[in-house]
Design a binder for this molecule. Structure first.
Ligand SMILES: Nc1nc2c(ncn2[C@@H]2O[C@H](COP(=O)(O)OP(=O)(O)OP(=O)(O)O)[C@@H](O)[C@H]2O)c(=O)[nH]1
Ligand SMILES: [Mg+2]
Length: 359
């Protein structure tokens, strides 16, 4: 899973990047216009429990790659920002995290207004998509003059026309109602305003309670744009994330913080992308794998290895809770809790799978 951080300049993107990846800002670090990448894993206590039960040698969690894009200012759609941010990986990101500033009002020439900033950045995404879309439509229109478009090209043209209308109304492509195959086609273009977007209201530490309270109202205003928002204090959370676990627990309980922002954002990103996890376990490794909700046993097999999907025979499935209660596979087998499912079985969050396949 790859998530790109965007936002106006000085909004706290890099600070947020460090808190999400658990890294410390390097004073000699790359120039601010360079793109940074960092990898972290999604903590999952189920993997730890499975590894204990199966005496696994290795534990593997779902990994998330964060991309810290350079400063983003109004007018960016036509600027170098896009060239470098797109090349740097935001274009390939599956979701975007938009950091909006709600700290240090005195350093700014305009009042703090996260809603205004979120929508201003979104306007740039919409504009950038319009430029890409126009190019593609021009090409298809020119082709249509000299030959009959294939069925795929016609479908593409139809989708692009609808997309163009959405963008012309200043709306992001994520609000366009499409069926699954149309969505897939649209996703192929890597339009920025089509990507799921989570807005992070980056509040001053002494103002976090107020923003926490206002987040519901903000979410109401962002809903028509298909955007969700969470409030946090990146500077404070970054410090917490870098403490050692014992110190961290004390610090968090003093502040009344129950969950690290890093984990909250991971969970929200998972939700936003409609992701869940299935699990595998054995003496070699216990592992969590990401899968979209509604995806099947065959999709799960394919995400492990294409060979498993090609030779798919059946999936042996047991629910995580049953597996833990019975203390492993033998008990599950005796009690008939291990089910055999076909390729169309819709995998559930926490299912433990073994893919039976022909090689
Ligand atoms: N008080 C406070 N300061 C913050 C917070 N987040 C970031 N800052 C400060 O704001 C400044 C900008 O933060 P960055 O994380 O570099 O922001 P950025 O969006 O990456 O900036 P550019 O890459 O230059 O666009 C730094 O001096 C940070 O220390 C916060 O939550 N609270
Ligand atoms: Mg930065």
């Amino acid at each position: 899973m790859n998530i790109g951080l965007i936002g106006k300049s000085r909004s706290g993107k890099t600070t947020t990047f460090h808190l999400l990846t658990g890294t410390a800002p390097d004073p000699h670090a790359a120039h601010k216009h360079e793109v940074q990448m960092g990898v972290t894993h999604v903590p999952d206590p189920r993997v730890d429990t499975l590894a204990e039960i199966s005496a696994s040698k290795k534990k593997i969690y779902v990994t998330v790659e964060y991309v810290d894009a350079p400063a983003f200012d109004v007018g960016a759609a036509k600027s170098d920002w896009f060239a470098s941010a797109l090349e740097g990986g935001v274009k390939n990101s599956e979701a975007l995290l938009l950091v909006a500033r709600a700290f240090g009002a005195d350093e700014l020439s305009e009042p703090l207004d996260p809603l205004r900033d979120v929508l201003a950045v979104q306007d740039e995404l919409v504009l950038s998509d319009m430029l890409i879309l126009e190019k593609r439509m021009d090409r298809l229109t020119r082709q249509r003059k000299v030959k009959t478009l294939s069925a795929d090209e016609q479908m593409e043209m139809g989708i692009l026309e609808r997309a163009s209308e959405t963008l012309a109304n200043g709306k992001p492509l994520r609000t366009l109602a499409l069926d699954t195959s149309e969505k897939k086609t649209l996703r192929g273009f890597q339009f920025l305003s089509e990507k799921p977007l989570l807005a992070v209201v980056n509040a001053a530490e002494d103002d976090l309670t107020r923003w926490g309270g206002e987040i519901r109202e903000l979410n109401g205003k962002l809903e028509p744009h298909g955007i969700r928002a969470v409030a946090l204090s990146a500077a404070l959370e970054g410090e917490i994330a870098r403490l050692d676990p014992a110190e961290r627990a004390v610090f968090m309980s003093d502040l009344g913080v129950t969950e690290l922002a890093r984990d909250r954002i991971l969970r929200a990103s998972f939700d936003l992308l409609g992701l869940m996890s299935f699990l595998t376990t054995g003496d070699k490794e216990s592992r969590a794998w990401p899968l979209r909700k509604g995806e099947t046993a065959l999709d799960a097999a394919a995400s492990i290895h294409t060979d498993l999907a090609r030779g798919f025979i059946r999936a042996e499935v047991v629910a995580y809770d049953d597996f833990v209660r019975e203390g492993g596979y033998p008990g599950c087998k005796t009690k008939g809790l291990l089910r055999l499912e076909g390729k169309d079985y819709p995998v559930k969050d926490g299912d433990i799978l073994v893919i039976r396949h022909s090689s």
